[in-house]
Design a protein around this ligand. Structure first.
Ligand SMILES: [Zn+2]
Length: 172
């Protein structure tokens, strides 16, 4: 996976870009939703194999899961202090961006993006993001630096561009 900070970049840039229609509360909620799919790593502790549809990068890394989370989030739009369609859209983008970013990484198994229709593990053809080493100590190594560099190039930079593009569009 890209590091969790990087998963958070997409919803944060999008919500800052669209401005006030997304409340601060929604921004934090969407940021949390972007890392939600990786809670499936709990499956390793439960003895679920990586390759299972219930394992890591399995059903939580699908379009269907993103739609479900976005729908549930829209139901609590009042608590999130934003309109239901804004909540739905932002949360959907946050959750679905997670497997799409994982599909750009150069390690591990692919994601079951089309679950439950298919359990096939998919990747993008071009995978520029270096997979992040697990654990903080190994992070401060050459490989850790390569990860930060690739994530900056392929996620942070495009997110910053997205933020300013959305802001520019709003001004018009
Ligand atoms: Zn993931």
């Amino acid at each position: 996976m890209p590091t969790i900070f990087t998963h958070v970049a997409v919803p944060v840039a999008t919500s800052l870009g669209i401005g006030k229609i997304a409340s601060r509360r929604l921004l934090f909620f969407a940021a949390f939703c972007a890392i939600l799919p990786d809670f499936d790593t709990i499956g390793f502790k439960l003895g679920i194999s990586y390759a299972s549809q219930w394992g890591h990068r399995g059903f939580t890394h699908s379009i269907a899961f993103a739609l479900l989370v976005a729908l549930l989030a829209a139901c609590i739009s009042r608590q999130l202090k934003s309109r239901a369609w804004v909540v739905f859209l932002l949360v959907f983008i946050a959750v679905v961006s997670h497997p799409l970013l994982d599909m750009c990484t150069n390690g591990g198994l692919g994601v079951t993006l089309y679950w439950p229709y298919s359990n096939e593990r998919v990747f993008f053809e071009y995978r520029p993001i270096a997979v992040s080493p697990i654990g903080i100590s190994r992070f401060f190594t050459e490989r850790g630096f390569a990860v930060i560099k690739s994530e900056f190039m392929w996620v942070w930079l495009p997110s910053i561009i997205l933020l300013f593009t959305l802001r520019g569009m709003r001004r018009k």
